[in-house]
Design a protein around this ligand. Sequence first.
Ligand SMILES: NC(=O)c1ccc[n+]([C@@H]2O[C@H](COP(=O)([O-])OP(=O)(O)OC[C@H]3O[C@@H](n4cnc5c(N)ncnc54)[C@H](O)[C@@H]3O)[C@@H](O)[C@H]2O)c1
Length: 276
Amino acid sequence: MLFQPYLFLLRSTLNLFSNLRPAILYPQLADASTLKPEIVSGLDLMIVRELTGGIYFGQPRGVRVLENGERQGFNTATYTESEIRRIAHSAFKIAQKRNKKLCSVDKANVLECTEFWREIVTEVGKEYPDVALSHMYVDNAAMQLVRAPKQFDVILTSNLFGDVLSDCASMLTGSIGMLPSASLNETGKGMYEPIHGSAPDIAGKNIANPLATILSAAMMLRYTFNNEVAAARIEQAVNDALDANVRTVDIYSEGMTKVSCSEMGDAVVTALKNRS
Ligand SMILES: NC(=O)c1ccc[n+]([C@@H]2O[C@H](COP(=O)([O-])OP(=O)(O)OC[C@H]3O[C@@H](n4cnc5c(N)ncnc54)[C@H](O)[C@@H]3O)[C@@H](O)[C@H]2O)c1
């Protein structure tokens, strides 16, 4: 319980409520996914996760002793109307720039908090008539993500559900080491990081995949600095490195050249230089 609360404090203090988690399958990595290539090839979806509210922040929380002496762990799921409205606007605007399809994921059949979420998202949706809005329960969404992920364009969801679904989506792309993320405030300033954690099981071995971190820098150029050209250059360099058939161990498949973390970084730098 040490690391995450500090990270949560950073997110909430900087008001980084809008977490963008793209899941894109590079065609070169179709074999690295555990799903059949025809299910995942061409996958390009964006998960918009609310990041500063919901059950991860709700009060009261803790472990208490009941009257009968038994201990009980408890957390509280809350969302205010303004919290839902701002993340919904964020997601609809992103959908407008993509394929104009937004699926809001909740558990409105069981949790009042997410029934309210559905009601407000539907209201906000009326301001975006060009975006097709649908709703899905989170259990079905988890199933659909592995059954037919290409049905999704933008997924909008709460903090807890987004945490789980985005890790699930990462595996569609072959490895959690491929996925960048952006966490933005209302003015577009943000924190950029790969969706994975510190990977303690492989620390110090120089085998981690650096591409999610590199792609996070591309997101920073796009979303905070509005520099689409520079963002696209980095993404192209990652693409070129994959075309050169170099692979860290997490995305390795037969016939490819297995490289270390630093060698993969070098391959991206070489690709950048080759196109400049
Ligand atoms: N957004 C975040 O900051 C974030 C996200 C997840 C976990 N964490 C923290 O990170 C720490 C470790 O958590 P965890 O082990 O559950 O999750 P993790 O994401 O660090 O690792 C999960 C698995 O994915 C692998 N992996 C992760 N990144 C990889 C990469 N770049 N290349 C290849 N393989 C990679 C790891 O080796 C591990 O097997 C914990 O302290 C956790 O709280 C932080």
